[in-house]
Design a protein. Structure first.
Length: 117
């Protein structure tokens, strides 16, 4: 099932969802919050065990988005949903690694690997 939102679209298959960004850049705090709200909406409306966020389109993001990813991971974990990320552009992955988020949120090279977890 495909779900279209204003900042993301998601594909839900069974108990897994893959989230894709529509924008290529997330710089404004309002955009960050809207994306997180839309991801949470997907997680609340489906019985999920895993959620993969595919970063392939995203080329730039604010550091506030990294902070929100930590909060999102915590909220999803409380709901029993494992968060995984994949397909990060080099500059986005560098920020992710500098903050050592791969210790909290698993990072995969491909969407297929992330879905297998």
């Amino acid at each position: 099932m495909k779900i279209q939102k204003s900042r993301i679209w998601a594909e839900v298959t069974g108990d897994q969802a893959v989230v894709y960004f529509l924008p290529t850049s997330v710089r404004e705090m309002a955009d960050v919050q809207k994306i997180v709200d839309e991801i949470m909406d997907v997680s609340c409306n489906y019985d999920l065990k895993a959620m993969v966020i595919n970063f392939a389109r995203l080329r730039q993001m604010t550091s506030a988005f990294l902070s929100k990813l930590i909060s999102l991971n915590r909220s999803l974990a409380q709901a029993g949903i494992k968060l995984r990320v994949c397909c990060m552009a080099a500059e986005v992955e560098e920020a992710f690694r500098i903050c050592q988020l791969q210790k909290i949120i698993p990072l995969y090279a491909t969407e297929e690997e992330a879905l297998k977890g």
